[in-house]
Each structure stands twice: as C-alpha cells, then as structure tokens.
Design a protein around this ligand. Sequence first.
Ligand code: IPM
Ligand code: MN
Length: 351
Amino acid sequence: MKLNIALLAGDGIGPEVIDQAVKVSNKIAEKFGHDITWTPALTGAAAIDDCGEPYPDSTHAVCEAADAVLFGAIGHPRFDNDPSAKVRPEQGLLKMRKKLGLFANVRPTFTFPSLIEKSPLKRERIEGTDLIILRELTGGVYFGERGRKDNNNTAFDTMTYTRPEIERIARKGFEIAMTRSKTLCCVDKANVLESSRLWRETVQAMEKDYPEVTVSYEFVDAVAMRLVQWPNSYDVMITANLFGDILTDEASVISGSMGLMPSASVGEKTKLYEPIHGSYPQAAGKDIANPLATVLSAAMMFEDFGLTEEAKTIRDVVNKSLAEGYVTEDLAEGGTSYKTSQIGDWLVANI
Ligand code: IPM
Ligand code: MN
C-alpha cells in the first residue's frame, strides 16, 4: 500500500517520540512491502515561533492531502503561566480537530500483562481491563460561547450540544459496541445539565436502531469513581468533550504509565493518531520520554488502513519489550532504564 502520512511532531517531547514511531512504521513498511511518504508540518509553539499561528493554513493543507496524520504533542510552559497570551499552542490542536472534522476521539485503556504490578491499582481490580472511551471532540464547552463581562470580573464558558452532534458520536459508539461486548455506557451529568439531558434523550431514541446493544446511563462523577474501583466492568463509553478529557487521563494510569496509551481521532476528513499524553516539557530533548503511546498510535493507524497483521506486529513487539524489561525510566522504578531512541531501535531490531 502507498501511504502519505502528515507528520506533526509538535512541542516538547513530541519530536522524540514521533521519531520512534516513524522508525517502527518504516520497518513495518519494509517488512510488509508498503511505501510510506512522510510529510512534516509545523504545529503548536513551534508553529507560533515560525509564523505566529499554531495551526497554519499550510499545515492544514498538508493534513487534508494526507491519508492520515501522526501527531506528537502540543503545549509549552512559556504559555501556560501567561493567561493573557493571545495565541496558545493548544488552540492549534483545537483548530485542527475542528477543521478536519474530527468529532470522535477513540481512547482505549488496556493493561499489559507484564505491567500489572506497575499500576497504582490492585491486580484483581484491573486484570482484564479493556475499555474504550469515545470522547466527543469538536463540540461542548471547548467550543461553546465564552467571554468576560462585568468589567472583566465575570467569565463564562458554555456547554452547547446539538442533536446531530450527539447522534454522530453516539452512532460511532453503537457501532464500536457492536464489534465488542454489545454494551454501551453513556456518561453524562443529566441530573444537573440540560445539554446532558439532550444527550440522554438522543441516545435513548437511538436504542431501537441497535436492538442488540444494551445501553446504560451513568453520571460522570460516579463513573470517575467506578473507573478506578472496577475498570474491568466497563467496555465502550461515550461522553462529552470535557468529561472525556478528564476521564481518559484518569483511565490512562490504570495501565501503569501515561506514556502507554494511544488514541485515534476520526470524523469527516483525514484521521489523526496521537498519544494521549501531553508535551512533557521537563523531559524535552532528554531522550527519556516513553515512546510507546506514539508507537501504539501508529499501530492504530495501520489497523484503520485494514493492515491488521502490521498493527499486530507492532503491538506484539511492544509487549515483548515490556515483558523483557526494556523500558524507559517511567516504568523502571529505579532499575535499569533505556533511552527513548534506544527503545525505538530495539523495537525496529525485533520486528
Ligand atoms: C488532550 C489534551 C488537549 C485537550 C489539550 C492539549 C487542548 O489535554 O488531547 O486531551 O484538552 O483536548
Ligand atoms: Mn487531555
């Protein structure tokens, strides 16, 4: 297969982890006879420095023309502590999601047999955990009306959802549920929020179209609790943008490190694959960040191209590296650890 992939390394550790995913993908291409062209483009703080825009039109053109986007991370401390900054790197990510119509963010959480003891949760609680949080990505409070009033003394952000916005993410949820345990959990705050009541009403009306799927409705605060009590009791969940942002960070630690979980964002145009972690600026340039979430994001990309064997080969070699203790410092607990680039080289050598 001929693949043209837009490569958006972004900020912080982005370029380092992206490098490893590229090495691994190129090795997979060589092994299975594919031809990958990588087209790099700027985003985040790096793009602001270059042209004052975190997601320039030139980058959007590269993404639109590509078969997929592989994305590193975005964010820079220089902006975090400056609430008055006019442009922020994160705006680039939001603009990209909106312009590519990436309304569904697929964030899996699973455990690795060799890492069960690294989880802050007890073995019996997490064994067998394999869930997907489907986060709505282009609506809700992230994109609602916002502003200041009362001489700058009041601020507001609005959580708005339309019925079609809810229907399209819910449809994805039902479809994924059909390929798994045929259960779907709709996570909301319908006891308080009007937008959540519209979510519930909309999803309830769709149940008849998927008679095989059993739907449950749970409040987000209760889910936040049960997710760390009995994560293996969940399978497919759908939720609004902000709830999904928070729950997926929470869920990511179940596996033992935030540096392990991949994600895919899908919708109207080019799909995007990225690790769920941030730009980890303290580690930038040190060659210590865990590249596995990005490598596994590349595996999700191959899977979506129908290249199942290729995806499985990546997941298998990642599992092998973990089982053999070939890990970065976040997983080494003071024991022997390896550099980001060494992990990439090891994966390539073992494919
Ligand atoms: C994520 C990140 C982003 C989000 C930030 C960087 C804008 O936290 O992808 O989860 O909040 O969506
Ligand atoms: Mn987040």
